[in-house]
Structure formats: structure tokens, C-alpha cells
Design a protein around this ligand. Structure first.
Ligand code: NAD
Ligand code: MG
Length: 387
């Protein structure tokens, strides 16, 4: 047996996935790769699997099986396809799993990793938004470890004195404000997908880039923080910090406010989770405070960005409200990226779906998936002009 940490990367071809591959590849002395999972990008997936000598490569899209098989012939790397194979990949023995599939599609495989007690680097925030309570209960039950990869939550995790939980007054999530931070609603009404995904500080996948532009990303992160750190909604603040240098803060009762800083490069929080409990080197640019010179802060604008109110309302409502909000947002973002709706329609579709779908208590994952499906149907009908 090698002493190397076994690693599985769910969503290896995405933005977080490729950054994780980059870090793993640098340290073959520390890591060996069990499985790589992607939706359909066979070319990138096969190249990663060869490079990292993965034992298994999986595509969720069954139609891509033949191409993946052909690309990996003669390598000895196992190949599989389909949603069942994605979950099976997460069940394989790897001490550390990166959950970096986008959206609620990541819930089942992330849970599979949690249920075998793995250490899970969690980028896939939608998992916690739609099933936070159930997920945290499973983590507890199976002795798994969730390490936040989202930069804000990694920051909080690094300065969060868990044994002083009752001495924590609040946590403060920073938000870049996205590409439309200073733009009017009139401007936002006509923006294109290209404008929305052009984030000023971070390079990310399309869905989270649109979420950053609408600030739904911060709304989802509020719900994520609530579950990860067991903090009530009214003790989680959001402050806009356009430089994205302070990644988030924790305020204690004695007036101390602890923050984590770094350049806006996801390889730092990914490296923190990958190396944990040790620190490993990451190739992110070093922070040069004198060159940055100025850090600024402003309150978010609830009128131009209704997403923050919608997320707070869903969190307060409890039950399935956040799962419905998340599913409606996924459908609306896809429709916006497909040029079927305008940018401002995203929030109104989410609001109408949360109001229109009857909420319920979530007692198991099947309940989550049923509410997710119902919300997707409802939001799609609005988009198709049926409501
Ligand atoms: P992305 O779109 O670049 O990548 C998504 C990955 O998931 C791809 O590998 C894709 O093949 C895979 N995938 C999609 N659907 C799948 C399915 N049904 N089954 C299996 N694999 C599937 O997205 P990203 O920007 O890397 O974001 C991934 C997650 O990390 C999201 O939840 C996002 O909110 C979160 N996150 C991303 C960043 C960032 O900087 N990109 C920062 C914080 C959090
Ligand atoms: Mg974030």
C-alpha cells in the first residue's frame, strides 16, 4: 500500500475540477487518483485520466461512453458511463473527494462519498442549498468531514473557532458584486450572457458566473454558510468588497474580527482542502497589499439584486423552500444562457416558483429530488409562457 492519499474528483473537467487536477498533478508523492468524473467532455477527461494515471474515468452522459472507451484503450484505465456510474465512482475507496459537479446533479454522488465517511472538499454549494439539513446529518452519522472549497467558506473555516461558537457574533460573507455591481436595472435588463459571465475578478464556470452577476451566488452562499457553520440567518451578513482580497470574516463578542486574505485564485482554497490538516503549496499569485493599496466595502443593494432577499426568505421559510429556489435558479440561468429569457427574468422566475410550488418538510433525499423536479417543471412552464 502506498502512503499516498487517494483522490477522486467529481466534475474534473470544470473550472474547479481543472484547478484541482493542476494541484494533484504537482504532487504525485502525496496523491494518487482513484476516479475522475465529468459530464461529457471526453477529450479533457481522457487526457486528465492518462496524465494522473487514474484507475477509473466516468462520463455521466451515456452517449459519450464509446468515445471515452476509445480514447483510453490500452491504458488499463477502467471506463464507465451514466448517472449510476457517477455515484459508484464516488463510492470507490478514496480518502479525499472533490465535489465539483455543478448544481443539484452533484447531490447523489456527494452523498455517496459522505456515506462512506470520506473527507469531502465541497465546491458544489447547491448540494447544501437543496439538502443542507439532511446532508449535515449524514456527515455526522457517517463521521465524514466536509471541507468548504468555496473561497468565502474556506476563509470562515480558517478563522472559525468552533469551540467558541457561542462567542461568535456573526459571520460576514464578502461579495465581489459581480460585473453589474455599479449598473442600473435598466442596463441589466438588456445584458447578454457574454456580459454576465465576464466576471471582474474570478474565472469560473458559466452557471456560477451568472449567479455572481445576479448575486444569487451570494444568496446560495448564505444558505451554505448557515448549514456549514450552524449560524442563524440573522447572524450572517453580506458586504460587497469589489477587490475580492478579504474572502470573508468572523466577528467575535470581544470585538475581534478575524479574516482570511489572498489573491482571487481558487487554487488557494482548493489547496487548503486538499492538504488539510496540513498546508501545501499552491501556485496562486502572492498577495501584494502595497500594490493593491485600497480595499473598499459597501452594502449590497437589495433593489437591484433581489436575489439576496429571496435567499434569506427561503432560508427563514425552511423545509423545501431553498431546494425550490435552487432548482428554479438552475432552470432560469440555463434559459438565460440559452438566450430564452432576459437577465432580470431570472430573479422573477425564482420568486414566482418559490411562491407557486407548495413547500414541504424534507425527510429524505427522495423528498429533495421530488421538490427539485417539481420546481424545475414549474419554472420551465413559466419560461415556456404557460404561466
Ligand atoms: P463548471 O461548469 O466549470 O464545471 C462543472 C463540472 O461538473 C464539469 O466537470 C462537468 O462535466 C461536471 N458535470 C456537470 N453536470 C454533471 C452531471 N450531471 N454529472 C457529472 N458531472 C457533471 O463549474 P465550476 O465553475 O467548476 O463549478 C463547480 C461547482 O463549484 C459549482 O457548484 C460552483 O458553484 C462551485 N464553485 C465554483 C467556483 C469557481 O471558481 N469556479 C468557486 C466556488 C464554488
Ligand atoms: Mg464563493
Amino acid at each position: 500500500m502506498s502512503g499516498r492519499k487517494g483522490v477522486t474528483i467529481l466534475g474534473s473537467t470544470g473550472s474547479i475540477g481543472c484547478n484541482t487536477v493542476d494541484l494533484v498533478e504537482r504532487r504525485p508523492d502525496l496523491y494518487r487518483v482513484e476516479a475522475l468524473v465529468a459530464n461529457s467532455r471526453v477529450d479533457i477527461l481522457a487526457e486528465q485520466a492518462r496524465k494522473l494515471k487514474a484507475r477509473l474515468a466516468v462520463v455521466a452522459d451515456e452517449g459519450a461512453y464509446g468515445a471515452l472507451k476509445a480514447a483510453l484503450t490500452g491504458t488499463g484505465i477502467e471506463v464507465a458511463a451514466g448517472p449510476g456510474a457517477v455515484v459508484a465512482a464516488a463510492e470507490r475507496p478514496a480518502e479525499w473527494v472533490m465535489a465539483a459537479i455543478v448544481g443539484a446533479a452533484g447531490l447523489a454522488p456527494t452523498l455517496a462519498a459522505v456515506r462512506r465517511g470520506a473527507v469531502v472538499g465541497l465546491a458544489n454549494k447547491e448540494c447544501l442549498v437543496c439538502a443542507g439539513q439532511l446532508m449535515m446529518a449524514e456527515v455526522e452519522k457517517h463521521g465524514a468531514t466536509l471541507l468548504p472549497v468555496d473561497s468565502e467558506h474556506s476563509a470562515i473555516f480558517q478563522v472559525f473557532e468552533a469551540d467558541q461558537h457561542d462567542k461568535i457574533e456573526k459571520i460576514i460573507l464578502t461579495a465581489s458584486g459581480g460585473p453589474f455591481r455599479t449598473k442600473s436595472r435598466e442596463f441589466m435588463a438588456d445584458v447578454t450572457p457574454e456580459q454576465a459571465v465576464a466576471h471582474p475578478n474570478w474565472s469560473m464556470g458559466a452557471k456560477i458566473s451568472v449567479d455572481s452577476a445576479s448575486m444569487f451566488n451570494k444568496g446560495l452562499e448564505l444558505i451554505e454558510a448557515h448549514h456549514l457553520f450552524n449560524m442563524p440567518e440573522d447572524r450572517i451578513d453580506i458586504v460587497v468588497h469589489p477587490q475580492s482580497v478579504i474572502h470573508s470574516l468572523v466577528a467575535y463578542v470581544d470585538g475581534s474580527v478575524l479574516a482570511q486574505l489572498g489573491s482571487p485564485d481558487m487554487r488557494t482554497p482548493i489547496a487548503y482542502a486538499l492538504g488539510w490538516p496540513n498546508r501545501i503549496e499552491a501556485p496562486a499569485p502572492k498577495l501584494d497589499l502595497a500594490a493593491i493599496a485600497t480595499l473598499t466595502f459597501e452594502a449590497p443593494d437589495p433593489v437591484r439584486f433581489p436575489s439576496l432577499r429571496l435567499a434569506r426568505e427561503a432560508l427563514r421559510a425552511g423545509g423545501s423552500a431553498a431546494a425550490v429556489l435552487n432548482a428554479a435558479n438552475e432552470v432560469a440561468v440555463a434559459a438565460f444562457l440559452g438566450r430564452r429569457i432576459g437577465f432580470l427574468d431570472i430573479a422573477s422566475i425564482v420568486e414566482r416558483t418559490v411562491a407557486g410550488v407548495a413547500h414541504c418538510a424534507l425527510t429524505c433525499i427522495d423528498d429533495v429530488m421530488a421538490q427539485d423536479a417539481e420546481a424545475r417543471r414549474f419554472a420551465s412552464t413559466i419560461i415556456d409562457g404557460g404561466r
